[in-house]
Design a protein around this ligand. Structure first.
Ligand code: KPL
Length: 317
């Protein structure tokens, strides 16, 4: 077992401990990245699990690993900073047993696909500092504890309330590593929608075609659907008061599919494993916002129906 050495003395300036809820592909990657910049990380175990868990990351030729302490939600103690990387559909249920351990001002960083969870959490817990991270890293799991980095993306971090901006900037700086810059953005909503549009275009299609992200680019039908999805997403984004151009969204989706070509998307992984997917928080969220604006989104509706037909009952909001 090797412990990743802290990346650099300056990067490790803020080493306030973090807890990680949902150490799957993205949560595990960030737990390893935090450890690599010298931040103490504790994993919150789901159900019965051992007192420690070793995660490894394969990135090209390079493999690193780290053993984390692991505790149950009930014995977590005081939590100052919590990274939440669970699936959107189970976030509220997974968070519930941790609520007594959070105090006013505790930071919750949501790093997950889809939209909708944060609105509920902000409304239910106005005393918590809820931040959102958006990442386009391509990462998948081989087995429970082995992560494979299939594409290097970027990460943006922002907040919902203006008075949390200083926290968001500080957290972005503390999580940045030389190989994974984390950018603070004042308007995370724009980024979140751009990522949502990209996930709407890539994730369900990779599940329906049972292909890797990059293979979508070789399928004319898939490309035509991706373009259609992006046109609808741009309409809804503009109705939400955001900047959006369908061609720019389409090019960004193609670029992500190219950069994460070898990746098995999270939705395809869920469908392959017979798990509920996040469709309700991705294309489903777009459908709900489209309905609120009276916009027809037939291509997104068709993908929702296609995924619903091949996966177990949708998760609850
Ligand atoms: O977010 C992703 C996912 O799989 O959920 C992408 C960026 C499409 C990488 O696979």
């Amino acid at each position: 077992m090797s412990h990743p050495a802290p990346e650099s003395a300056c990067a490790a300036a803020d080493v306030t401990p973090w807890h990680v809820l949902g150490a799957g592909a993205i949560g595990g990657l960030w737990a390893l990245r935090m450890a690599a910049v010298g931040i103490p990380v504790t994993l919150i175990a789901h159900g019965d699990a051992g007192a420690s868990r070793t995660l490894s990351l394969q990135d090209g030729e390079h493999t690193s690993s780290h053993t984390f302490p692991q505790i149950s939600a009930a014995s977590a103690g005081d939590i100052a900073r919590l990274l939440v990387a669970t699936k959107a559909g189970i976030t509220r249920a997974a968070l519930a047993p941790l609520l007594p351990q959070l105090r006013p001002g505790s930071i919750i960083l949501l790093l997950q696909n889809g939209m909708g969870t944060e609105d509920l959490l902000c409304a239910e817990h106005p005393d918590l500092c809820i931040l959102n991270g958006i990442t386009t890293d391509g990462i998948f799991r081989e087995g429970k504890d082995r992560l494979v980095q299939a594409g290097h993306g970027e990460t943006w971090l922002g907040c919902h309330h203006r008075n949390d901006e200083a926290n968001a900037k500080a957290i972005a700086a503390s999580l940045s590593g030389n190989a994974w810059p984390v950018h603070f953005v004042p308007d995370i909503q724009q980024r979140r929608w751009q990522k949502l549009a990209m996930n709407c275009a890539i994730n369900p299609l990779t599940a329906l075609y049972r292909c890797r992200n990059g293979e979508l680019l070789e399928k004319p039908d898939a490309l035509a659907t991706m373009r259609h999805i992006c046109t609808e997403a741009a309409l809804v984004m503009r109705a939400e008061g955001l900047d959006a151009d369908s061609e720019t969204l389409f090019k960004a989706a193609c670029e992500t599919a190219r950069k994460t070509a070898a990746n098995i998307s999270s939705m395809r992984a869920d469908v392959d494993a017979g798990r509920p997917t996040e469709i309700d928080f991705i294309n489903g969220y777009l459908l709900r916002r489209a309905a609120a604006h009276g916009i027809a989104v037939p291509a997104n509706s068709a993908l929702c129906a296609g995924i619903a037909a091949m996966s177990p009952a949708a998760s609850t909001r």
